[in-house]
Write a protein that binds this ligand. Structure first.
Ligand code: ADP
Ligand code: MG
Length: 679
């Protein structure tokens, strides 16, 4: 007798559940997607014990007919696909017909639903995949699905669940993202009696971002608006070459396709330690995609350190035929038909917007009150962090602030410095604080609030007017806060601190400019332009410099040699694992040449392996600029400082150096007045 058997449905469902239902948040995701597919305008999520004890999602969507409600729990039962052809044009979030049977096989599930076409509703109860009850019931329209005791019959799976606050944080994060993708819907998330998120319909994404994160966060983001790029496909029959194999056009396809990008992303000075604040939606589906992540980080190339990540909410829209969503059962991965086109479109659009906005980092001396963000958006969420949130962060005394382990910013402290248990170190945890997590150790910490002597209670408006025997500050002398670095063009240098930082007075307040990185930015853009024009200034060496390479460096050298030689170097292999440098960019001292070559190879090895030619070119130009720039600890006379500030103002991107560090800090007049309690 044969040994192969077909698995009973119950076993198959449980196996499928392994892929579909990873944790409570996956259940929430599937149920939310079903409600959205059912055209709901109002969605309610209730959870208890981080979703372990209960997850209930209720909606006002189209509901299910009695027969459909029964069918929904069969494997591969779906109303969203008819035949294989439909798989290529999926416009719903669900299509596999796997979620409900999978969830029902690992929990106790209660479905209550009524379609507008029927006068009574249906109530179905299932436990561990077995139908316990199916009855008529008097119900309102829409659907409610309650999932209790998740994994009660799969002890092995239960053991993998994290602590309740962690699971809850995942759920809150998910609900937050879906609410961002659907600003026109009402969405409410409660955990027991606590409301974590409640948003009502608004007209724009900006309003939704404001509802969820508060105004301060919005200030730190750049809005993309809606940007489009059209992809033209060659007429069918044109034989695709190897290089454009991607751009083959099938006979029944249109000649072009439009891709649209919308959303928000952070200014380069907002730097996160991981990718958890990056949310990418393709056709309103939240996905994880390496190609798009790479496009995003390339946009910040030379604006942000490679080890740092931005905050991003990106919405890419395209024809469903352009993207295959049937890659993984949890539907979080996609494959693009024209991947490199999509990659370049996203990278270029973001970079353009970054350059257009030219934002300045704000040197904020006064601890600001927490923005009016919703608790669900301030992750990781726990009762503990809630408790701390309830105490106004401004109440933190100077002594406490000084003793705290380097909080990045006063209003970030409650969530980042005080995480209650190791579970929060969970790499997958999403976080929404836009401030840098910790200042890099090798830099001065400008983000800490300056010390105030005896900070009394904040003066009320009346009191502060009374205090003005110190001299009235003419109100029209306070310019409106200016975010753009165009104000750099009329800065007046006052002097240097530590022979390293230029202090300058501007139209609006005080500026501190790091002379080395400022010069680095100026040179970087110059070198890049010379490189593009093929006119690098070179110096020929009297004696070639011979450099010994490791085998790994040898491989990297071979990859970048031609780019290196186009960037003002003249190098050639010289025997085994040895390279001769015969000429180099004019700005670099001969003594630095060996070091700079190693530096370039090192970037090629880490950051740039597998990177595009453009990235490699920018990497080389950045290294040249860094070597040639004025060092710190160098005294500058007034004329030099003036020149530096003018040249910086004229750059395309005066806000950060090619390695991503900030160049200028701004202390606005308003902030100076505030710190002196004059307003
Ligand atoms: P899929 O979403 O892939 O079709 P599911 O197992 O998630 O598969 O759901 C099966 C079917 O149940 C759906 O195709 C849909 O017809 C129906 N359904 C599920 N949830 C809802 C809901 N909230 N409102 C209306 N119909 C629903
Ligand atoms: Mg579904």
């Amino acid at each position: 007798m044969g040994r192969i058997r077909i698995l009973p449905d119950q076993v198959a469902n449980k196996i499928a559940a392994g892929e579909v239902v990873e944790r409570p948040a996956s259940v929430v995701k599937e149920l939310l997607e079903n409600s959205l597919d059912a055209g709901a305008t109002s969605l309610r999520i209730e959870v208890e014990s981080g979703g372990r004890r209960l997850i209930r999602v209720s909606d006002d969507g189209i509901g299910m007919l009695r027969d459909d409600a029964l069918l929904a729990f069969e494997r591969h039962a779906t109303s969203k696909l008819r035949d294989v052809k439909d798989l290529l044009t999926i416009s719903t979030l669900g299509f596999r017909g796997e979620a409900l049977p999978s969830i029902a096989s690992v929990s106790r599930l209660l479905l209550e639903t009524r379609s507008a076409e029927e006068t009574t509703g249906t109530r179905i109860e299932i436990a561990g995949g077995k139908m316990l009850r199916c009855e008529e019931a008097a119900l309102g329209g829409g659907t409610s699905i309650a999932v209790r005791d998740l994994f009660y019959n799969v002890p092995a799976r239960r053991k993998f669940l994290r602590t309740e606050p962690t699971e809850l944080a995942h759920i809150a994060s998910l609900a937050t993202h879906y609410s961002l993708a659907h600003p026109d819907k009402t969405l409410r998330l409660t955990s027991g009696p606590t409301e974590l998120l409640h948003v009502t319909p608004v007209a724009t994404l900006a309003e939704r971002v404001y509802q969820i994160f508060g105004g301060q966060v919005l200030d730190e983001l750049v809005e993309i608006g809606v940007r489009e790029r059209e992809l033209f496909l060659p007429p069918p029959g044109v034989a695709p070459t190897e290089a454009i194999a991607e751009f083959r056009r099938e006979p029944d396809e249109p000649a072009s396709r439009i891709f649209r990008l919308a959303g928000f992303f952070s200014r380069p000075q907002v730097q996160k330690g991981n990718r958890n604040s990056i949310f990418i939606f393709v056709n309103r589906r939240l996905i994880r995609d390496r190609l798009l992540l790479h496009a995003l980080s390339s946009a910040y190339h030379n604006l942000m350190p490679v080890s740092a990540f931005p905050f991003a909410l990106l919405f890419l829209e395209c024809a469903p035929e352009e993207v295959d969503v049937n890659v993984h059962p949890s539907k979080t991965e996609v494959r693009f038909r024209h991947g490199s086109f999509v990659h370049d479109f996203v990278r270029d659009t973001l970079r353009e917007r970054l350059m257009e906005s030219r934002p300045a980092p704000v040197f904020s001396p006064t601890p600001r009150l927490a923005p009016a963000a919703q608790p669900g958006a301030r992750l990781p969420y726990s009762e503990f962090s809630q408790m701390i949130e309830d105490e106004a962060p401004a109440a933190l005394s100077i002594a406490e602030a000084a003793a705290a382990p380097a909080p990045a910013h006063a209003d970030a402290a409650p969530f980042e410095a005080l995480a209650p248990d190791a579970a929060f170190a969970d790499a997958a945890l999403p976080e929404f604080n836009l401030r840098p997590t910790a200042p890099p150790p090798d830099r001065l910490d400008f983000t800490a609030p300056p010390l105030e002597i005896a900070p009394g209670p904040a003066p009320s408006g009346k009191l502060s007017r009374h205090l003005d025997s110190h001299g009235e500050f003419p109100p029209d002398a306070i310019p409106p806060p200016e975010m753009s670095l165009s104000v750099l063009s009329d800065l007046r240098p006052l002097g240097q601190i530590h022979d390293s930082f230029i202090i300058a007075a501007g139209r609006d307040g005080l500026w501190i400019v790091d002379q080395h990185v400022a010069h680095e930015r100026i040179l970087f853009e110059q070198v890049l332009k010379q490189r593009a024009a093929g006119r690098m200034e070179m110096q020929r060496l009297l004696m070639p410099i011979i450099v010994q390479l490791t085998p790994e460096q040898q491989i990297d050298y071979a990859r970048i040699a031609s780019e290196l030689n186009a960037s003002g170097f003249e190098t050639e292999p010289f025997g085994n694992r040895t390279v001769a440098i015969k000429a180099a960019p004019a700005a670099i001292a001969a003594a630095d040449l060996e070091k700079i070559l190693f530096e370039i190879l090192e970037t090629a090895e880490g950051e740039l392996r597998g990177a595009s030619l453009d990235d490699i070119r920018r990497g080389i130009c950045a290294s040249i600029a860094c070597r040639a720039a004025i060092k710190i600890n160098a005294r500058l006379d007034a004329a030099k400082m003036e020149w530096l500030l003018r040249a910086l103002a004229a750059t395309d991107c005066p806000m950060s150096c090619p390695h991503g560090r900030p160049i200028a800090l701004h202390y606005s007049t308003r902030e100076i007045l505030k710190a002196f309690h004059r307003i």
